[in-house]
Design a protein around this ligand. Structure first.
Ligand code: COA
Length: 273
């Protein structure tokens, strides 16, 4: 069983997005297991609200995204809404605007994020997973983008992340066929970072989240900002942002604490200042 926290502190989208936080770790759970956690527009917006609240909670240092139940992380957008909300280009533009705004929050999230993937991770679920910083998957997961099976264009952002993770050739194979691949293949092509047995997924994910939450937040922010800039086209890189966060780190109380703790042979206690 994926032992995600049982008691959500808060819920959004009629309980279909759950949010909790403890010990510096925020958790957002996609909670519509009967539909394999397919994402309705309300759920996209609930995801946005949960991300915003955890972003603004100073005690939260890292956020895990997971799916409820044992079958899926997220099985994509809720296709049953398409007839009403995405039946032609004009409707689709409205739909995309509303869901893109939430994905932009995740894309530009200032704190580290981890996708804890169990079961199906398809379509929009892949978009969510690819926007997180780190992807851990159980050995029984399946990945795919069945846009060509539905007649949907997957869009620039989703494909940009796919290509940057797996390269253009695998991106084409996945997109042209709409095929599903298993965890072992996803690991091999770089779509996920680590695969663990199903029963160990939550422990493995929390262990990494704990390691992150115990480290110096400014140093992590520096890595996050710099890696994001590395991935941009060279003419769009914000080198000033990299310099600024470098200066912030070197002048920080946490750097002083890190040095002292090392010399005193004790565990550092970081505050993010
Ligand atoms: N949107 C809406 N409903 C979905 C859904 C989606 N993306 N994915 C699953 N569901 C619903 C099914 O319609 C079914 O509903 P029902 O119980 O009312 O019949 C229920 O979830 C369970 O799905 P089912 O297909 O019976 O389960 P499964 O374990 O055999 O297969 C999937 C799971 C995810 C492989 C399969 O449901 C599927 O292919 N879903 C669509 C995936 C997709 O195309 N995503 C991209 C959308 S852009």
């Amino acid at each position: 069983m994926l032992d995600t926290p049982k008691a959500a502190e808060k819920s959004h989208a009629d309980g279909k997005i759950l949010q909790s936080a403890s010990d510096g770790i925020g958790v957002i759970t996609f909670n519509n297991p009967d539909k394999r956690n397919a994402m309705s527009l309300e759920m996209w917006e609930g995801l946005g609200s949960a991300l915003t609240e955890l972003r603004d909670d100073p005690d939260v240092r890292v956020v895990i995204l997971a799916g409820a139940g044992d079958k899926a992380f997220v099985s994509g957008a809720d296709i049953s809404q398409f007839e009403k909300t995405r039946h032609n280009a004009q409707a689709s533009e409205q739909y995309s605007k509303r869901s893109e705004a939430q994905r932009a929050l995740l894309a530009n999230y200032p704190k580290p994020t981890i996708a804890c993937i169990r079961g199906f991770c398809l379509g929009g679920g892949m978009q969510v997973a690819m926007l997180t910083d780190i992807r851990l998957a159980s050995d029984n997961s399946q990945f795919g983008i069945p846009a060509a099976k539905l007649g949907i264009a997957y869009g620039y952002d989703g494909l940009k992340h796919l290509v940057s993770l797996v390269g253009p050739s695998w991106a084409r194979l996945l997109m042209y066929t709409g095929m599903r691949i298993d965890s072992a293949e996803a690991l091999r092509i770089g779509l996920v970072d680590r695969v663990v047995p199903d029963t160990e997924l939550w422990n493995a994910t929390s262990e990494i989240a704990r390691a992150i939450s115990g480290n110096a937040p400014l140093a992590i922010k520096a890595a996050k900002i710099t890696i994001a800039q590395v991935l941009k086209d060279s003419d769009k890189r914000d080198m000033d942002a990299i310099r600024q966060i470098g200066t912030d780190c070197m002048d920080s109380e946490d750097f002083r604490e890190g040095r002292r703790a090392f010399m005193e042979k004790r565990k550092p206690s970081f505050t993010g200042r």
